[in-house]
Design a protein around this ligand. Structure first.
Ligand code: TUI
Length: 316
């Protein structure tokens, strides 16, 4: 049994969060993860208030357990979605791809526990100052929009920089990753890629198959050249044509920004293996079978507890 302050505060059994993934993390997946004892998280992605309200209603109809909402701060609808979280009294809000400070007071006034995703110690300190309960320190092994540091380097430096709880994310796919995260000072983990193949995850089967067939070197980053918009995805014709334009002489930051439009939907909804952008993390090669959310969480917990229970073998 692993005891974490995060479990007590959030009312969850296991300190495992399911990442809020655009076009992936809907009310159904979030409810399944929460019912299994983790923290399910709905992605507000680039969608509007009406979409988010619907997904929160769906999750509420499927679980009595707490769940969260992830606000993607680069979304043009971030402000209206922030308001929905406050109105509907969502238990937890996580944020990504930006600075959450402008919405913090609104959420704290609504009694929401706010947990921003950060990619550096400076961002973690700023989140702590503005009233965050905890931070998710996400390394560049993660799928989707990423920062520069690896999880191994980021997590202990964030732990040293702040006094609030730290959740590790990026490159964690099994009990070994979770045990290592706890050793780095984290009090929980967030996983995205492993939940892509959850039976309750409604993405196209082609997406799941891409992850199941991936090896350790199957992912690549796009958008790195002009900064601020680096994304990790599975190598395919989309990623190859993105990179060849990005590193060509005629490339511009605006041109690169336009390239990704619609590609996440093409991957998750249409399963378009050519033109879709299949966001996934570096642990894709570890993910070998479709399982229910409950099986995934119990497998990670069992693996982690077994390793930590035997950790004293390293000490004379
Ligand atoms: O947000 C993510 N991952 C994502 S979001 C996404 S959807 C998307 N759509 C269009 C363009 C870009 C993304 C796909 N994957 N992860 C959390 C995360 N947050 N990773 C890195 C950061 C981050 C980066 C910069 C957090 C804060 C930050 O700057 C804070 C500041 O001070 O401005």
């Amino acid at each position: 049994m692993i005891k974490s302050p995060v479990c007590e505060r959030l009312g969850i059994k296991y300190p495992i969060f399911q990442g809020g993934m655009a076009w992936v993390s809907d009310g159904k997946l979030a409810a399944a993860v929460s019912n299994a004892g983790g923290l399910g998280i709905i992605s507000a992605m680039n969608a509007n208030a009406e979409y988010l309200r619907g997904q929160i209603e769906t999750a509420k109809s499927l679980t009595e357990k707490p769940f969260g909402v992830n606000i993607m701060l680069m979304s043009p609808f971030a402000a209206e979605c922030a308001k929905v979280c406050a109105e509907m009294k969502v238990k937890v809000v996580t944020t990504g791809a930006g600075n959450s400070a402008q919405y913090m007071q609104e959420w704290l006034d609504a009694g929401i526990t706010v947990i921003p995703v950060v990619a550096s110690a400076a961002m973690a300190k700023s989140a702590e100052r503005s009233g965050a309960y905890a931070v998710i320190a996400e390394g560049q092994e993660s799928g989707g929009h990423i920062g520069e540091l690896t999880t191994m380097a980021l997590v202990p430096q964030v732990c040293d920089a702040v006094s609030i709880p730290v959740i590790a994310a990026g490159g964690i796919g099994d009990g070994r990753g979770m045990a290592a995260s706890l050793m780095l000072g984290a009090c929980g983990v967030q996983m995205g890629t492993r939940f892509l193949v959850a039976k309750e995850c409604g993405i196209h089967q082609n997406y799941k198959d891409m992850v199941l067939k991936a090896s350790d070197i199957s992912t690549v980053t796009t958008g790195r050249r002009f900064g601020g918009n680096t994304c990790r995805c599975i190598k395919n014709p989309f990623s190859r044509s993105f990179n060849s334009y990005e590193y060509s002489l005629e490339a511009t930051p605006e041109g690169v920004a336009d390239l990704g439009a619609g590609a996440l939907r093409k991957a998750a909804v249409d399963g378009d293996k050519t033109d879709g952008c299949f966001l996934a993390g570096q642990i894709s090669g570890l993910v070998k079978s479709e399982q229910t959310a409950e099986e995934i969480i119990l497998d990670v917990m069992r693996g982690c507890e077994e390793l930590l229970g035997g950790a004293s073998k390293w000490v004379e």
